[in-house]
Design a protein around this ligand. Structure first.
Ligand SMILES: *Cc1c(COP(=O)(O)O)cnc(C)c1O
Length: 369
């Protein structure tokens, strides 16, 4: 094969479309600090996500950190280790202690009933992840949070465009943090947003994003810098226009993968969730070696030999990262550990040809011993 197939391929508008979008910046000379493009994107996203309020940030990671800081939390945060390093790092960098809860073996999201058993008098919040765009059990999490008076912050980095029971996923919880990194289904090259329920939180986020400044030159709190500039907001405006066609393209690919792989002994796919409008962000496949006849790493290598690159996403668990050595025990979340050792996300982007999907399926099946 002449060209490598990567796990993802960032969406781009045409060169002309982007140039037209940034042209006014040469006249206004307003390049950052919440200019016109920023406001237009913020409003567009608020509409698209159907959220009460939205604030933009410079990346998804700072969305998480700012939200935890804005809530003024202290103590423990119940969270999942089956996620990207950012989720756990944000908790730790805010001086909070992550308490790892195991995941549901079908959708790989936080197991709400197990979360309840981890609550102590130090628990301040629950931070679940809508992993791969799978919706967390939002109603169960809400019930637990209400019973114990806890904040709920969703890491929604994978969940842009996902709906549950017809409502945008960001309507659940106190806040939902999105990532607009180039590899995500919607992107601003680098960027992020927090969708929030209460305006008070929005106000604090706006201050913390801009050094804690109050507009009169004084800083009432030690904020950082998490502003999204006009050029990246312009990229977001272009990409938002093409969101529906991109999702439709992804849907064709995931449907083909399902058609080709569903029912294969030893291969586990995430089922389509009831009541959920998916965003087709990722296509994770779990290889159960005994039943399938090959392990995840063999499949990864066989694909790589044909210049097709899957990703061990997420491996290792964040509780097993070197920087946390000796602090957490990954074996205390056995389901997460098992899935992490067996899961591979397959190439997925709107332009991925369907016959490449068929070829990927053939390479996967050829791994069986
Ligand atoms: C991408 C991602 C982040 C971090 O977002 P950035 O925009 O890259 O800072 C956080 N959590 C999860 C689950 C992610 O996939």
């Amino acid at each position: 094969m002449d060209r490598a197939i990567n796990v993802t391929c960032p969406a781009l508008p045409t060169y002309e479309e982007y140039c037209a979008e940034i042209r006014p910046l040469w006249e206004s000379r307003w390049l950052t600090n919440m200019g016109g493009k920023h406001e237009e994107l913020r409003m567009g996203l608020q509409r698209f996500l159907g959220a009460n309020g939205v604030e933009l940030t410079t990346n998804g990671h700072l969305s998480l950190e700012l939200t935890l800081q804005a809530m003024g939390l202290a103590g423990e945060v119940i969270t999942t280790p089956f996620t990207f390093a950012s989720t756990t790092h944000a908790i730790v960098r805010c001086g909070l202690k992550p308490v790892f809860c195991d995941i549901d073996p079908v959708h790989f999201t936080l197991d709400a009933s197990k979360a309840e058993s981890l609550i102590t008098e130090k628990t301040a919040a629950i931070l679940p992840v809508h992993v791969y765009g799978n919706a967390c059990p939002v109603e169960e999490i809400e019930a637990v949070a209400q019973k114990y008076n806890l904040k709920v912050v969703y890491d929604a980095a994978h969940a842009f465009g996902v709906k549950y029971k017809g409502r945008g996923i960001a309507n659940y919880g106190d806040a939902s943090c999105f990532s607009f990194h180039a590899t995500k289904v919607f992107h601003t090259i680098e960027g992020g947003a927090v969708a929030y329920r209460e305006e008070g939180l929005g106000q604090r986020l706006r201050r913390l994003r801009n050094f804690g400044l109050d507009g009169q030159g004084d800083a009432g709190e030690t904020g950082g810098n998490a502003k999204l500039d006009e050029f990246r907001a312009a990229m977001g405006l272009c990409n938002l226009r093409h969101m529906d066609e991109n999702t439709a393209g992804r849907r064709k690919v995931t449907e083909r993968y399902r058609e080709r792989l569903e029912g294969t002994p030893g291969i586990q796919l995430n089922p389509v969730q009831k009541g959920v409008t998916p965003n087709d962000a990722y296509f994770p496949v779990v290889f159960h070696e005994k039943a399938f006849g090959a392990g995840r790493d063999e499949v990864l290598a066989a694909l790589a030999a044909q210049s097709i690159y899957g990703r061990r996403y997420f491996y290792p668990l964040t509780s097993g990262l070197s920087c946390y050595k000796g602090r957490f025990d990954p074996s205390r979340t056995p389901i997460a550990q098992k899935i992490s050792r067996r899961v591979l996300t397959l190439p997925l982007y709107p332009e991925l040809p369907l016959d490449t999907v068929d070829m990927i399926r053939n390479i996967i099946l050829s791994c069986k011993k």
